[in-house]
Every structure is written in C-alpha cells, then in structure tokens.
Design a protein around this ligand. Sequence first.
Ligand SMILES: C[S@@+](CC[C@H](N)C(=O)[O-])C[C@H]1O[C@@H](n2cnc3c(N)ncnc32)[C@H](O)[C@@H]1O
Length: 388
Amino acid sequence: MLFISNIMIWKTNPAARRAWRSLMLRLNSATAGLSSGPGSWDRSDGLSCVSAEKPPHMPVMLKEVLHYLDVKPAQVVLDMTFGGGGHTKAILNTVPEVTVLALDRDPAAISLAQQLAKEHSGRVKPLLGRFSELEALLSNMNIKSGSIDAVLLDAGCSSMQMDQEERGFSLSKDGPLDMRMDGERYPDMPCAADVVNTLDQQALASILTAYGEERHSRKIASAIVEARRVNPITRTQQLASVVAGAFPPSVLYARKDRLQRRAHIATKTFQALRIFVNDELNELHKGLCVAQSALKPGGRLCVITFHSLEDRLVKRFLQGHDLSNLDRYHFSQNKQGSRKKKLVDESSERNKSSYWFPVKRKVVSPEKDDVRENPRGRSAKLRIALRR
Ligand SMILES: C[S@@+](CC[C@H](N)C(=O)[O-])C[C@H]1O[C@@H](n2cnc3c(N)ncnc32)[C@H](O)[C@@H]1O
C-alpha cells in the first residue's frame, strides 16, 4: 500500500526525526486497508483550497526587498514563495521586461500566480511545488544552473493560509487541525491532528521543544495525551483549550509578542506543529541549496525569515557551513544554562569556501511604521547575499 511513501521524513532534530518515523509507522498500519485508491486517505473533513478571490497577503519589507534585490530590466527573478504575489507584483510593476519564475507549494497561491501570468503575458511563470522539487521543475523548463539574476525566499506561511480557518493554521479561528501547506497535493501527508493524536508523549514534547522552543513542552505534551484518551483532538480551538487547560488562567496570556501584545499560551505549540508537519527547516535548507545553484555569479539572494530557528539556519548557510547533513546540528542549551535552545554546529567547522558574499553583515528588520501597518511582519528578518 502506497501510504505516505513520498513524504520527506528527514528532520533536523534526531528526536523529532524519530518521532516522524514512528508517526509514519503508526499511520501506515492504522490506515492499512482503508484506502479507496492508490495512496489515498479519506479526507472528507471539508478541507478545501483558498479561493483565489480572498484578499492576498501583505508583502513584508517590500521597499527593502526591491532595494536589495536590485533587479534590472529584462532580468530573470525567481520568487520561491509566491504566496499572494505581493513581492512579485511589485517587481513586475517597477522593472520593465522582467521575467518572474513564481514557485509555491500551495495550489491556492499558484492559482493566483496563473491569474497574474495572464495579466502579464510571458512575464510570470507559475511553478507548483516545494523547494525540494524546484531543481526538477527548473530542469524541466530547461533553465540552466547559474542563469538566474535574483532570488527571493519569503519563508513561512501566508496570511491567506493563516486566515482560512479550514486550513487549520490559526489558533484564534476554529477549524480542522490540519496545517498542511500542500495537503491538497499530498492528501496522504500527515496533518497536525495526525501528529497530536498519534505520537507518544515524549515525541510530542521533543517537537514542541525543537520547533516551538516551548519551555513547558512536557506539561503540554502530557495534557495532549491525557485529552486524546477521551476524544481525539481534531479542531484548532480544541487543541488551544487542551493546552490552555494545562495552565492556571492567570498565565494564559502572560506571554507577549514583539509588539508587546498578549500571546496565547498555545502559540508556540501551533508554531512547532506547523514546522513539523510541513518539514519547514529541511525545506528551507533545500531552498537555499537550489538558490545557490540557480543564481549566476553576482546574482542576489534575499531571504526573509520569521523566527530564530529559520534565521540561524540561513545565517549559517550563507556563512558557508556545510548543512548537507543537518543531523550534525542539534538544539543545545546555551552557556548560561538558560532553557533557550540554540542551533549549534557540533563540529564548529566552517567551510571556508562560502559561495556567498554578504551584502549586509547584520539582518535587516522592518521599520516601525511598516510593523504598525503590517503587524504580521513584526518578527521578520531579511538577509541579503551576493552569489560569488
Ligand atoms: C510568507 S508567504 C509569501 C508571501 C509573498 N512573498 C507575498 O508577497 O505574497 C510564504 C509562501 O511560501 C510558500 N512556501 C512555504 N514553504 C514552501 C516550500 N517549501 N516550497 C514552496 N513554497 C513554500 C507558502 O505556501 C506561502 O504561500
């Protein structure tokens, strides 16, 4: 039976990777015999793709991206995360005769790209797929290595994904606990509900620690396991209540985000599950590798990330660390013994022949006015490098 066989099972953290394998095994046996067709798994829970008419995502650090990408007329740009197309549209509108290769793993985003392609005949080439599938997509289009002038990677998920309760990303809106960016393409891929209902307590705690940097991971994992004994956890608000139930009411909104707004205690749990379900760190690394081979010498790369796990990975990649085996990287406690986790390179070896020349040594952060206008971009970090 072809279940989940085409899913990337490799993970950046050994405990999380073990968890993923165990999930695969359990799902494979749990779903054996239920298939209604090759590789299918009944998903009659109303999951549907985002309508193309929904208001698109507000692009983050648009001014800065246009400035640092520095696209010239008739150049070829690769937008690896088309989303609502905000960055792509701005490039098309400011640079004459530019061609944009527009990738996204989410079919809903690609329908928007197809619409835009009609409006800009020949100048937008929509590409449906993941970073890990991009090399093959480019090769199918006969796009040679070292031929792209600029690459943009705006990591994470879009407002269109967050705002659609049926996608199950948001803890403030009730929906099926899904969180898959491309569940429509890969219906066999486990969703967040599969993760919380199937993994053992220790594996869940590892995921919350590794991908959510959640200090209370064990307490939350225990609450999840306790709750699912009574009823499977299938809805976003149900999960939020289970997590909240593990804490006294006074601390439910005790954490604050960068804008000093109160954040729900389950926020990090949701982040961790999303990263795990979509294999985001591994995908990010793959995306950076494709950008490295696709860009021509002197070509520019702009990467926007939204949390420290992603930013550390990008920083080290651009510094020339060999991340080809992310197993060598692990999350360890910092010197002060604080429980904050840090991505460290065990070998401390840096590959001296970095393929990148940093345009800015430090990250670029959004301006205060931009954050006021677009609070979702508050934690964005932009790194810019030139391909040597
Ligand atoms: C933050 S949004 C991009 C927003 C876009 N820059 C705009 O201005 O509208 C990130 C997008 O990247 C896509 N994405 C995330 N991981 C991906 C991956 N591994 N491969 C391809 N697309 C991915 C998501 O589906 C989402 O649409």
